[in-house]
Design a protein around this ligand. Structure first.
Ligand code: FE
Length: 344
């Protein structure tokens, strides 16, 4: 039903765009709205978008496009009704940059709200939330002091004890890209080989499925994004999985835990750039940042915004401060390394 309503709205927007291209002043149709293509599930962003509409009077229309969004934007070209792209993971943001579907934005508010490491230097995209890629460790089988760094996960003491999701998944690619950025390709490859030797099973499932496997005794540790702990703890079917593990932030004596982001950018052919920028500014400001933190168990990008109580309970930690752009640059190398190492 939602899809149908949105489809109709978008039809109206496409009509408006077509009217504009014919030289007819159709601005009235486009005013007061902003169209969003989202990789994020609608229920996660709806409360923030509702708050945005309440504050600005600008209506939001969302198309949930978990697959094929960039191709769609390219195909639609200048007739695209989309104004804003919302996505998770630096890899997908980078794909949008490389496909040329974003346009640069200058906004003092955005540069003030989003730290430099979490936005594109030319304003093509801005981080909205941050997530740590943590180690989930069995409470029963992993002793305090046994864990230290991502690098250590490639040492023989973890043989047969590690579960991961597919190495091709953007979250694992970004983690390996950070190792390439910090240590170079050769060392990163040695790490991938060491990790492979330590896997308890063939990579499969999502981040939460690895914690379930720890709960089931199939492995002792896994890699996963931090917010999944919050999601499992608030899900009555998964709480037992969550309670079987501790959250561990690696590399606390060194560079800090690997971070990833969710982010947003304004589309290249947006017909409502002002509204699009207003939305980005709103999403990086205190109210929306606090809502994101509480609903999604993510870390706000804006410094000083409080974390959710559950997230706070995992403790303060040191985060890797490397630029997200550097992670993006090393993704292709990371994918090749996983290939050569033969990790599915
Ligand atoms: Fe996720």
């Amino acid at each position: 039903m939602i899809g149908r309503t949105l489809g109709t709205r978008f039809f109206a927007s496409v009509a408006a765009a077509a009217a504009l291209s014919m030289g007819i002043a159709a601005n009235a149709l486009a005013d007061g709205e902003v169209n969003i293509y989202s990789y994020r599930q609608p229920f996660l962003i709806k409360p923030m978008l509702n708050a945005f509409t309440r504050q600005t009077g600008i209506k939001t229309n969302v198309v949930y496009a978990p697959k094929g969004m960039i191709t769609r934007l390219q195909k639609e070209g200048r007739n695209s009704p989309a104004d804003v792209v919302l996505t998770v993971d630096i890899g997908r943001i980078n794909d949008a940059v490389e496909a040329g579907v974003l346009q640069p934005v200058t906004s003092r508010k955005l540069t003030a709200n989003v730290p430099a490491q979490d936005r594109d230097p030319s304003g093509l995209w801005f981080g909205l939330t941050r997530r740590a890629r943590v180690v989930y460790a069995s409470r029963e089988r992993v002793k305090a002091g046994e864990l230290s760094t991502y690098e250590d996960l490639a040492t023989p003491k973890w043989k047969g004890r590690i579960c991961i999701r597919s190495s091709r998944h953007a979250y694992n690619v970004a983690l390996l890209a950070s190792l390439v950025a910090h240590h170079g390709e050769k060392q990163a490859e040695a790490w991938a080989e060491g990790l492979k030797a330590n896997l308890a099973r063939k990579p499969q499932g999502n981040d939460r499925a690895q914690v379930k496997a720890i709960f089931a005794g199939e492995c002792d540790i896994s890699l996963g994004n931090s917010y999944y702990m919050g999601k499992m703890l608030t899900n009555e079917k998964q709480i037992t999985w969550a309670e079987a593990v501790n959250v561990f932030f690696p590399n606390q004596k060194g560079r800090g835990a690997h971070m990833n982001i969710s982010g947003a950018g304004v589309t290249r052919h947006s017909g409502r750039k002002d509204n699009a920028v207003k939305l980005l500014e709103f999403l990086t400001d205190d109210l929306a940042q606090k809502m994101y933190a509480e609903q999604n168990f993510e870390y706000p990008v804006k410094p000083g915004v409080p974390w959710s109580g559950i997230v706070e309970s995992w403790g303060k930690f040191k985060a890797d401060s490397i630029d997200m752009v550097k992670i993006a640059e090393n993704r292709a190398t990371a994918i090749k390394i996983f290939d050569r190492a033969g990790i599915p």
